[in-house]
Structures are given as structure tokens and as C-alpha cells.
Design a protein around this ligand. Structure first.
Ligand SMILES: Nc1ncnc2c1ncn2[C@@H]1O[C@H](COP(=O)(O)OP(=O)(O)O)[C@@H](O)[C@H]1O
Ligand SMILES: [Mg+2]
Length: 371
């Protein structure tokens, strides 16, 4: 699938924008704080209804406006689609596909699949479990609307249960209602666990080969799901922890405490890996994500690379750029130097300056040198 064009109105620092992408590699370059990431964010919102940064609609709408619009034209299996989004500061967003309003975000998911890669992703192995859960959730919510449904319900119930735990300290009789919440929590939570387990297995199959190549044949990487509770002991754990939860006013166990293990040659690299090892594994993980999306959707996702190239050494840059293949890619960077030494074809270059985008050139070969 490819994004043909993107139109913005009053979206962050864009008053209006109309940008047509090539089906190959597109570069957006410019100084910091000019609006490069904002463009990638708008594409991510078009695909998932949410900002990759977790920003609220009211933060996305231009400071001086009340509403913003995003229009995306995409092509998928030779059909064209138009996705319209209407973001408002004080109400939830409106979404339409080809002019038909949709009621639920789930109806949009699957139309446009994107893989977003930012410098923070390179710390995913080093960082805490929340980051790794977020990675899994961001991908699974795009790929599986059933997962999205179960996760949303699970999160809602956790919030309500935590609120109830607080209320119990003022009104102990409420304790009786806790079991009803727990049953629901276990029901939705078990489905989340089941899908994450499958996800880890699917990733693991793909990542092994990628990481082996990336590490020059030296490293064997295994990804494993590390659930906080299993489907079998979930109920027991909830009962066991009830008193503790009431005292701490927090739900102490469940998939909101899950993690994913990354093991290289038998060593848990979350704790014992070198920085370089952790970053290489993170790159393998992102590359595997692309392959997994291809496999599951039987289509190519759009790859959004936000300022990551400058974070990688030239070997890894080359590896990344060479493994992109025939996927539409939109890359942001502050300079074009990082491409000059790569045998790598760029199809379109845009310069981004303070919320204005100019197309500079088309079909350039970086070997002839630009910069
Ligand atoms: N809601 C908003 N309204 C107007 N400008 C915004 C809004 N949110 C962010 N900005 C501006 O967008 C710019 C940052 O854009 P960004 O895409 O992150 O830049 P970069 O080119 O470094 O990726 C900043 O100048 C910031 O002030
Ligand atoms: Mg940026």
C-alpha cells in the first residue's frame, strides 16, 4: 500500500499543507522544530487515529485554532481510498472513509498500516517494561481489532478497579463488588495475554534470522513473552492479592505488568547487554516488525523513519536502507550528508521550513552527491 498524498489544515504548525509522496523513498529534511515529525505524526494518526507520541487532539490542533483536518489519499491493491479526519479541541474526532462517516476507530484499522521508527525505539531494550508493552500494543492494535477491543476494555476495568480500591478505604462495604470487576478483568486480560504470547512467537520466528545477519553471524536473538500472570493462575493471583491491592489502592498483577525478554546467546540483554547489543537488537526488532506486518496483512506497510539514520553507524544505516526493499518510506533528517555515501536511491526530497514544505528534487542518486 502507498500514501499518495497528505493534506493538513491547522494541524500543529501547518496552516495548510498539500504534499504528494513518491511510492518509493521520500526525504523530508530541515532544521529542528520546523515540522518534520508533525508530518509523520499526521500519517500515523491517519492510520491509527492516535498520535505516536500519545498527544491528545487538543494538543495537535494549532495553538490558535479550534479544529484541524487531515486528508490522506492512499492506494491499496489498485483501489484508491480517501481518509478524512476532523480533530477538535473539545470533542472527539470525526473520521470518514471515502466520505462515509465511521463510528469506531476499529473500522479504520487495517486500511493503512504504518511502522513508525524513532530514535527512542533504539532504547526499547534498555528501557523499562512499559516501553516494550507499548511497542507490542501499538503494533497489535493496528493488526488486530479484536486485540484493540480487549485491551481497551481491560484498561478501562483496571482504572475502574483502582478507583474502587480507593473508595473501599472510605466505604468497606464496597469490597463485595470487587469480585465482579475481577471476573471481567480476568476475562479481557486473558485474551490480551493470549495474543501477546502469539505475537512474541511470531516475532521470534522472524527476528532470529534478521539479528543473525545484523550481528555478522555472531548473535542468536530470542524474544520471549514474560507475562506477569498466566491464563491459568490469573484468578488465583487476583484472589491472593486482593487484601494487598486494597491496602495499596492499586491492582498489583495482570497483563499491565507484562514484559518481553530479549536473550542473546543465552544472556538477558535487558539487564546484561552492552549498549551496542541493545541497540542492534532494537533495530532487529523494528525490522522484524516490518516483516511481521507484511506477513500478516499480505501487503507492505508504509515505513516512517523519524530522525533515526543519524543515530546509526554507517553499517547499520546501510543494512536498514538496503532491507527496506520495495516499501514506501518517508524519512526525516536534518541534513542530507547521511545519504551521500550510501548506494541508495531517493525518489523525492522535500525541504521543511517553519510549517512550509517545498519539493526540491525527484529521483536522485545519492552517489552523485547532494548536500
Ligand atoms: N499545536 C500546535 N500548534 C502550533 N505549533 C505547534 C503545535 N504543536 C507543536 N507545534 C510546533 O511544531 C514545531 C515542532 O515540529 P516537529 O515536527 O516536532 O519539528 P521537527 O522538524 O524537529 O521534527 C515546534 O515549532 C512547535 O512549536
Ligand atoms: Mg522531529
Amino acid at each position: 500500500m502507498i500514501i499518495k498524498s497528505l493534506e493538513l489544515a491547522d494541524y500543529r504548525n501547518y496552516e495548510t499543507l498539500n504534499i504528494c509522496f513518491d511510492k518509493g523513498t521520500n526525504i523530508l529534511y530541515g532544521n529542528n522544530a520546523q515540522g518534520k515529525t508533525n508530518i509523520l505524526e499526521a500519517i500515523y494518526v491517519s492510520a491509527t487515529t492516535k498520535s505516536h507520541k500519545g498527544s491528545k487532539d487538543r494538543e495537535i490542533v494549532n495553538f490558535n485554532r479550534e479544529e484541524a483536518h487531515i486528508r490522506t489519499y492512499l492506494e491499496k491493491e489498485e483501489a484508491e481510498y480517501r481518509v478524512d479526519m476532523h480533530l477538535r479541541k473539545s470533542k472527539s474526532k470525526g473520521i470518514a472513509i471515502d466520505g462515509q462517516k465511521i463510528k469506531k476507530a476499529a473500522e479504520l484499522l487495517g486500511l493503512l498500516n504504518v511502522v513508525f521508527f524513532s530514535p527512542e525505539d533504539l532504547s526499547i531494550i534498555k528501557n523499562g517494561p512499559a516501553e516494550r508493552r507499548r511497542f507490542a500494543d501499538m503494533e497489535l492494535c493496528q493488526l488486530d481489532s479484536f486485540y484493540l477491543y480487549n485491551l481497551n476494555h481491560y484498561n478501562k476495568i483496571i482504572n475502574q478497579r483502582n478507583k474502587l480500591l480507593k473508595d473501599i478505604s472510605f466505604n468497606p462495604e464496597l469490597k463485595e463488588t470487587l469480585n465482579i470487576w475481577d471476573l471481567q478483568l480476568i476475562s479481557f486480560g486473558s485474551k490480551v495475554i493470549e495474543r501477546r504470547e502469539l505475537f512474541a512467537g511470531q516475532l521470534c520466528e522472524i527476528i532470529e534470522g534478521i539479528h543473525k545477519k545484523l550481528s555478522g553471524g555472531k548473535e542468536e536473538l530470542v524474544v520471549k513473552y514474560e507475562p506477569d500472570v498466566t491464563i491459568d493462575n490469573f484468578e488465583e493471583k487476583m484472589k491472593e492479592n486482593q487484601e494487598k491491592d486494597i491496602r495499596s489502592k492499586m491492582t498489583s498483577s495482570g497483563p499491565h505488568r507484562d514484559d518481553f525478554m530479549f536473550i542473546v546467546n543465552g544472556i538477558d540483554i535487558r539487564k546484561f547487554g552492552s549498549q551496542g547489543q541493545q541497540r542492534t537488537a532494537a533495530l532487529s526488532l523494528k525490522l522484524s516488525e516490518i516483516e511481521l506486518v507484511k506477513k500478516i496483512t499480505k501487503d507492505t506497510p508504509v515505513l516512517l523513519l523519524d530522525d533515526v539514520l543519524s543515530e546509526l553507524d554507517s553499517n547499520r544505516q546501510n543494512y536498514l536502507l538496503n532491507s527496506i526493499g520495495d516499501i514506501q518510506t518517508i524519512i526525516t533528517c536534518t541534513g542530507l550528508d547521511e545519504f551521500v555515501n550510501n548506494r541508495f536511491e531517493i525518489n523525492r526530497i522535500f525541504k521543511v521550513t517553519d510549517g512550509v514544505v517545498d519539493m526540491l528534487s525527484e529521483n536522485v542518486n545519492t552517489n552523485i552527491g547532494i548536500g
